[in-house]
Ligand binder design. Structure first.
Ligand SMILES: [Zn+2]
Length: 200
């Protein structure tokens, strides 16, 4: 059980595939902190405009007010101004490696920092700064979705373009294509090739 009373800084990472309930878990922890009378601030990447820029909203429709930002540079100033003790950041995989020093510094100042994000991209490659954050964290949880094909626990995000599994080398943006994502278990996840692990 996570102690919500702040004694010293800590970093918590919530990771998993799409549809695994990451945002919902983040909102739950922020609300618990608020009930414990902690001052809370939440941020997300401007790249996540699924639900507008004012809220984190989970797939189960729970919401929390949020600041949409394109870099974490502004976070320490806003946190200090607000006197926040707890800092939540959603979709952390969209931020660059510059975010690491800022997060570490917030933790060293005694803040409880809770980040949520995708641990693997659709190719099955560890996503951005998440692996480093997992290593630095005090506490982490890997959430599972339900496989859209067989119902088993799923931790892969399947990209589907024009109704078929995407290829590993498909561009991130495909003009004119219809694209969707599903949660899939290891058996049902389909990709045409493996990452080159020695070059990651
Ligand atoms: Zn499956």
């Amino acid at each position: 059980m996570i102690d919500t009373k702040i004694k010293q800084g800590r970093l918590e990472v919530i990771c998993g595939s799409m549809f695994s309930g990451k945002s919902e878990e983040l909102i739950k922890r922020l609300r618990r902190a608020e009930r414990a009378k902690e001052k809370v601030m939440a941020f997300k990447s401007v790249l996540d405009n699924r639900y507008g820029l004012e809220n984190i909203i989970s797939h189960s429709d729970t919401t929390h007010q949020v600041h949409a930002i394109d870099s974490l540079d502004v976070v320490p100033g806003l946190v200090e101004q607000a006197g926040a003790a707890v800092v939540g950041i959603d979709e952390i995989q969209f931020f660059s490696s510059d975010a690491l020093a800022i997060i570490q510094s917030l933790v060293e100042q005694g803040k409880r920092v809770i980040v949520a994000g995708l641990d693997l991209d659709f190719r099955g490659v560890p996503f951005g700064i998440i692996p480093t954050l997992l290593a630095l964290s005090d506490d982490m949880v890997k959430l599972h979705a339900v496989c859209d094909i067989c119902g088993a626990d799923a931790h892969f995000t399947q990209r589907i373009i024009n109704g078929k599994p995407a290829y590993y080398d498909d561009p991130i943006i495909m003009v004119g294509a219809t694209q969707m994502y599903q949660a899939r278990c290891r058996d049902c996840y389909v990709i045409d090739k493996q990452p080159n692990w020695s070059q990651l």
